[in-house]
Design a protein around this ligand. Structure first.
Ligand SMILES: Cc1cc2nc3c(=O)[nH]c(=O)nc-3n(C[C@H](O)[C@H](O)[C@H](O)COP(=O)(O)OP(=O)(O)OC[C@H]3O[C@@H](n4cnc5c(N)ncnc54)[C@H](O)[C@@H]3O)c2cc1C
Ligand code: SF4
Length: 471
């Protein structure tokens, strides 16, 4: 298998046609068929010392699950993945595999690493028979939940969902407290339907419910209940996974004009509040004819592609560095370009300009050129004197970064924060300065990735289980 495999090209993923998909919110990547998945899995060399697993923050045994796919044993493949990853259908869709497991694949020198992420997605989507507890514990049954061992998870993003799944599998009674009315964190209100269908997130959450995890929505921890209240109510440990959802602004003239949104607000209005259904719903979202999106990461790609789907005639992404330096996943950038999103690289925003009614009409930008390398080694963009121009714009979306969610931090002054305002936690266990209070995900690292947040949740859950005498 191995020698031939090197010569075979990667099995490509069926996709919705770009001209069709820019007009709908249906998922863009359609997923492998069984035959395609098996063909891709057979490209794996089944290396004696595989390098792929070490690239995965939640340590999925890639070699083993790929082998099961090649043999057509999908339930076994699912068990292998689920043993360390509580959200495989999510990870298979949104993880930057090209920088993680696939970056370490030994087929890399051929330019065609095994499509580990696509196979993970295929397995999770195909799976239906295994009991969720079997898959996590390897045992025959769900552990009976112990009422004397209660743990609270704050926030319901991937870090908390992972911590909850790990602990529930060991018999801990876990309650997840979420400030919003739907669970899932950024998976629900940030990443759009065309990349991560909400039904996928619901299915993973249903799995956790079947394991006994209780979800309480509309609970703002810090306001509705405090961290100390949890201990007073008999919780043995608290995991904080409240994320980094506070948008950053540019502080340039005109930023308060009507039509300037943070990407966070824009995507939340669309994904969570279905703003495009106004007046059927109470929270409208501006459609925009000429839309400008600022920033070059995944958030900006999602905002730009959402604007296209809401009917924009032209969507331009403005980024102050080069295309090659854009931090978005390559696949997302390519998909955006295929759908007709335009790029303005090496330009920086200077001012938003409005009309007499306070509506945004254009964005003034300044051309940049590459200067000396900065501390990160990248050549720093420097303004070109006098090179200003206007981009006609009636909707601008800022995807230039986020900061830590504040409510819980303000109300819990005992937590030590680092110089950027994120929670300082032990890198090995996630424990904070408050004993038995752990933290992980974006609220510790700053905006990062789903799988890193999951890795943090898993690490803290393991430590909590150890302290509770379960390991
Ligand atoms: C638009 C967008 C696209 C992205 N695309 C990708 C991608 O393709 N791949 C990838 O790997 N990563 C991507 N990311 C990043 C990824 O989603 C995050 O790194 C990840 O979700 C962080 O998980 P978390 O568990 O730390 O918290 P979050 O997902 O941020 O969830 C935190 C939750 O805590 C809740 N909360 C906050 N305060 C309180 C409180 N006081 N009480 C109760 N609940 C509270 C919030 O409402 C939220 O539901 C994207 C992010 C965005 C915004
Ligand atoms: S490194 Fe690549 S080829 Fe080797 S086992 Fe992992 S996925 Fe297969």
């Amino acid at each position: 298998m191995a020698k031939k495999a090197k010569l075979l090209p990667r099995v490509s993923m069926p996709m919705q046609d770009p001209h069709v998909r820019r007009g709908n919110f249906n998922e863009v990547a359609l997923g492998y068929t069984l035959e395609q998945a098996q063909a891709e899995a057979r490209r794996c060399l089944q290396c004696k010392n595989p390098t792929c697993q070490a690239g995965c923050p939640v340590e999925v045994d890639c070699k083993a699950f790929i082998h099961e796919v090649a043999e057509g044993r999908l339930d076994e493949a699912y068990k292998v993945i689920k043993a360390t990853n509580s959200l495989p259908a999510v990870c298979g869709r949104v993880c930057p595999q090209e920088k993680q497991c696939e970056a370490r694949c030994k087929l890399n020198p051929t330019g065609q690493p095994v499509a580990i992420g696509r196979l993970e997605r295929f397995v999770a989507d195909s799976y239906y028979a295994v009991n969720p507890c079997d898959a996590v514990t390897g045992g025959d049954d769900c552990k009976l939940l112990r009422e004397d061992l209660k743990v609270a998870c704050v926030g319901s993003g991937p870090s908390s969902l992972t911590a909850a799944g790990y602990l529930a599998a060991l018999g801990v009674s876990v309650t997840v407290f979420e400030a919003l009315h739907e669970v899932g964190g950024v998976l629900t209100y940030g990443i759009p339907e065309f990349r991560l269908p909400k039904s996928i997130v619901h299915t993973e959450v249903e799995f956790l419910k079947r394991m006994g995890v209780v979800f309480k929505t509309n609970w703002v921890v810090g306001k509705t209940v405090s961290v100390q209240d949890f201990f007073d109510q008999g919780y043995k440990a608290v995991f904080i996974g409240v994320g980094a959802g506070l948008p950053k602004f540019l502080n340039i003239p005109g930023e308060s004009l009507l039509g300037v949104y943070s990407a966070n607000e824009y995507l939340t209005r669309v994904n969570l509040m279905r703003g495009y259904k106004f007046p059927e719903v109470d929270t409208p979202v501006a459609a925009g004819r000429q839309v400008t999106v600022l920033g070059g990461g995944n958030v900006s790609m999602d905002a730009a592609r959402t604007a296209l789907r809401l009917g924009a005639e032209k969507v331009t992404i403005v980024y102050r560095r080069t295309k090659e330096e854009m931090p978005a996943r390559l696949e997302e950038l390519e998909h955006a370009l295929e759908e007709g999103v335009c790029l303005e690289n090496l330009v920086a925003p200077v001012a938003f300009n409005g009309d007499e009614k306070g509506h945004l009409r254009s964005l003034t930008v300044q051309r940049m050129e590459l200067g000396e390398p900065d501390a990160s080694g990248r050549r720093k963009p420097v303004p070109v004197d006098g090179a200003f121009f206007d981009i006609p714009t009636d909707l601008a979306i800022l995807g230039i970064g986020t900061g830590p969610n504040q409510v819980l931090l303000r109300e819990t002054p005992e937590l030590t924060l680092n110089k950027w305002g994120y929670i300082q936690a032990d890198p090995e266990t996630g424990e904070t300065d408050i004993p038995m209070v752990f933290a992980g995900g974006d609220i510790v690292t700053g905006a990062a990735t789903v799988v890193l947040a999951m890795g943090a949740g898993r690490k803290s859950a393991r430590e909590i289980a150890r302290r509770l005498g379960l390991l």
